[in-house]
Each structure stands twice: as structure tokens, then as C-alpha cells.
Design a binder for this molecule. Structure first.
Ligand SMILES: [Zn+2]
Length: 414
């Protein structure tokens, strides 16, 4: 579901007999990753975290400083005697990527600086309906141009990526299916790249996969190597990280947990099947059960209204959440049995649904998940909230730079 072959995780262990240049490239990427994800850090801390000696760290930071990716400063107050260790900071205002989020109800574009800082952002609502490639790519590239005009002369765009609520073919950014976006075989990455005119490819990823990566990199799942992120919008998407790596599957469509059948013979699903998790737990199911489904009644606000009504004692809303929570818990129990995650994260509209039905989810988990898998699993809500998919897109865009910082910088023009 990620169109980009670059891994977002730490660079792999070097193969036998790497050249000095390979090692240097690997170390530059690893150091930049520390600064990008962890923020300002002293040379002394880098020395200890990376297991390299001081002179190597100094050489690496010098290279990255000369390239304009980081800068080094004296720390403000150390409170300690002796010469303080220089602090390495990302050049967030200078080096940036464009991140895009295409959801059923909104389009978002952002300029995100190295270090993950959202420097500028544009958003517009989208009418649910056909995926009009020209129109969508036009709106997003227009936003990017507006933001670019406001940048200083010395800034450099090093990548671009988009999160899309649909299935994305590995390698070429084609959105092959997206029932909730009404997209079918749309060459989205190629078209957006052409419109942006930056000479950069646009990587495309499934929104739930990118939400999982975002929570893993910067959210509630930092340092958690086995997690499942369930992301709800109109439908339900999933991102599965196992052993620190996103599960993609053979064609890149792995992790479609929304179409796991939990209720054979149940509600009709947008995929053509019946009783999928998405059909039983998604927005429409909840609103119908709560007696609130109808024209103009959709989106995050409508879901939140059901949860609020249940909190205020509305019996119909409480029963709707309880029913949906049962199916959600059943789905989570299956996933826990299969993947043995350390954490399950509920994001997008599922954050609200989970908060309103946690008791049902937990009781289903207790009933259906096997004890050894159930014992350590933590159920959490997204820390990044509505930003998760956009943050994930930005991380996808930065992946090239972190894999080979100097090569990317040599390729892009200021
Ligand atoms: Zn389905």
C-alpha cells in the first residue's frame, strides 16, 4: 500500500564487506534520522546512541552541516563545568517536503520541515463522490504553489508524498481501488508529480498504513515494534507493523483489516462482500444503528455526536455504540490472535468509537483473544489525531533523504 520501495525504518544492517562510502552513507542517514525524529541532540548523546567515536560523529555532523541539513549550536545552559558538547539541530526552516492527505471529506496539503515541523498548511473540504483526478491534483498542486511562494530563497524541497484513502499499488503510486473515494486505477502520484513541477516523484501510500507509520515514528507507538493501527474514516483501514516493519504483502495491499469478515451474512460492504469489519463498524453502520443516518449526516462530527449523545444518556446511541463495539472487539481479537501486537491504536473516527465503546471492545477481547497474546496488548487511541495521515505522508516523503542525505540534496535544486 506504499508506492515507495524505500524502507521507512532504520537502515538495514550492512551486507558483508561494505565500502567506506557505503558505511559513511549509512551513518549519515542514521544520524540525520536521530535528529529528524528525536529533535536537537548533543554530539555526546549521538556518540553514545550510535556507538561511534567522537571524531566520526564530528565528521558526520560536519558533512550534514555543510549540506545545510543540520546546524550545530552551543547548548543554552549545561550547568556543568568543562567544554559543552555542541547540539545538533535539524534545519527545519530550510529543508522541507510537501505532504498531502486525500480523504473522503477533505483535502490537506502541508509544507513540513525536517524534524517534522508543519511550517504551512492548507485544507479544504471535499464533496463525497467520484475521484476527479484533474480536480484533486489541481487543488493540491495549487496549495503547494501558494505555500512555495511564501518560502525564503534558500529553502529546498526534498520530497513529496500523499496519503490516500484507498489501495495503492506498490511501486507506481496508482490508486487501484478506493471504494470510499470512488477511485479505480487512478495514476495519482504521477499526475500530482507532473502538476507540482518540482522534478520530484510523489510517493503515495494508503492512509491507514501511513497513520501506523506516523504513530510508530512520532505518536503513541514510538519504540513499539509490533503494533496495529486501525484507522477509521468512512471505512476502516489498517496498518500493521511487525518487527518494526510495515506489512505490505506481495502487491502492497496487505493490512486491509477493514475487509476482514466478522459477521458472515451481515451488512453489505462497499467492497461487494458482506459483514466486513468496515461494514459493521464504519461510519454508516454506527449512524444507522443510532437512527442518525441520512442526507448531510456524515463525517467526524456526526460520529462524535453519537458518542456525545451516549455520554448524555441517550439509550439508542448507547446501544449503537455497544453493538459497534462488539464487532470492533471481535475484529481486534482476531488481529491480536494472528499478529500478537504489543499495541493496538484506534485512530481517525475509530478514536471516538473506541472511547465510546471501550468496555465492549475489552470484553470481546477477553472472550475471543487467546490468553498469551492478550496478556500484554495495550489498547490506545491515536496521539496524532487528525494529523496522523498527513504526518505519515511527510515521513514517507522524507524517507529518501534519510536513506541517503547527500545524494538527495545533490539531486534537488534550491
Ligand atoms: Zn468489505
Amino acid at each position: 500500500m506504499i508506492s515507495d520501495p524505500q524502507p521507512l525504518k532504520e537502515p538495514q544492517t550492512m551486507r558483508a564487506g561494505p565500502s567506506q562510502e557505503d558505511i559513511r552513507r549509512h551513518n549519515l542517514g542514521a544520524l540525520l534520522r536521530h535528529v529528524h525524529l528525536g529533535g536537537p541532540i548533543s554530539r555526546a548523546e549521538l556518540t553514545s546512541k550510535m556507538g561511534l567515536n567522537r571524531s566520526t560523529i564530528m565528521a558526520l555532523t560536519s558533512d550534514l552541516t555543510a549540506a545545510g541539513l543540520v546546524r550545530e549550536e552551543l547548548p543554552r545552559e549545561t550547568g556543568r563545568a568543562g567544554r559543552p558538547s555542541l547540539v545538533v539541530r535539524p534545519e527545519s526552516a530550510r529543508v522541507y517536503v510537501f505532504a498531502f492527505d486525500v480523504g473522503p471529506d477533505r483535502l490537506v496539503a502541508a509544507r513540513v520541515g525536517l524534524g517534522g515541523v508543519i511550517l504551512d498548511r492548507r485544507e479544504t473540504t471535499r464533496e463525497r463522490g467520484k475521484f476527479a483526478l484533474d480536480e484533486l491534483a489541481g487543488v493540491l498542486s495549487g496549495f503547494a504553489r501558494q505555500m512555495r511562494r511564501k518560502t525564503r530563497d534558500d529553502t529546498v524541497c526534498v520530497g513529496a508524498a500523499a496519503a490516500v484513502s484507498g489501495g495503492v499499488r506498490k511501486g507506481d503510486g496508482v490508486v487501484t481501488f478506493g471504494p470510499n473515494l470512488m477511485a479505480h486505477d487512478v495514476p495519482f502520484g504521477e499526475e500530482l508529480g507532473r502538476r507540482l513541477g518540482l522534478g520530484l516523484p510523489v510517493s503515495v501510500g494508503n492512509d491507514a498504513n501511513l497513520a501506523a507509520l506516523a504513530e510508530h515514528s512520532r505518536g503513541v507507538g514510538v519504540a513499539v515494534r509490533d503494533l496495529i493501527c486501525l484507522h477509521g474514516d468512512v471505512g476502516i483501514g489498517g496498518g500493521i507493523i511487525t518487527g518494526g516493519h510495515l506489512l505490505g504483502g506481495f502487491d502492497g495491499y496487505g493490512g486491509e483489516v477493514g475487509h476482514m469478515v466478522v459477521n458472515p451474512g451481515g451488512r453489505e460492504c462497499s467492497c461487494g462482500s458482506h459483514g466486513c469489519l468496515e461494514a459493521e463498524v464504519g461510519e454508516r453502520a454506527l449512524l444507522e444503528l443510532a437512527g442518525r443516518y441520512g442526507p448531510g449526516q456524515h463525517g467526524r462530527d456526526a460520529v462524535r455526536a453519537v458518542v456525545d449523545a451516549a455520554d448524555r444518556g441517550d439509550i439508542v446511541a448507547q446501544e449503537a455504540l455497544s453493538r459497534v463495539g462488539d464487532w470492533l472487539g471481535l475484529g481486534v481479537a482476531n488481529l491480536v490472535n494472528i499478529f500478537n501486537p504489543e499495541m493496538v491504536i484506534f485512530g481517525g473516527m475509530l478514536r471516538e468509537v473506541y472511547l465510546g465503546s471501550a468496555a465492549q471492545v475489552r470484553s470481546r477481547l477477553a472472550l475471543h483473544a487467546m490468553a498469551p497474546q492478550r496478556e500484554h496488548v495495550r489498547l490506545r487511541t491515536s496521539a496524532l489525531g487528525d494529523h496522523a495521515t498527513l504526518v505519515g505522508a511527510a515521513e514517507l516523503a522524507f524517507a529518501h533523504v534519510l536513506a541517503d542525505p547527500l545524494e538527495v540534496l545533490a539531486r534537488v535544486s534550491i
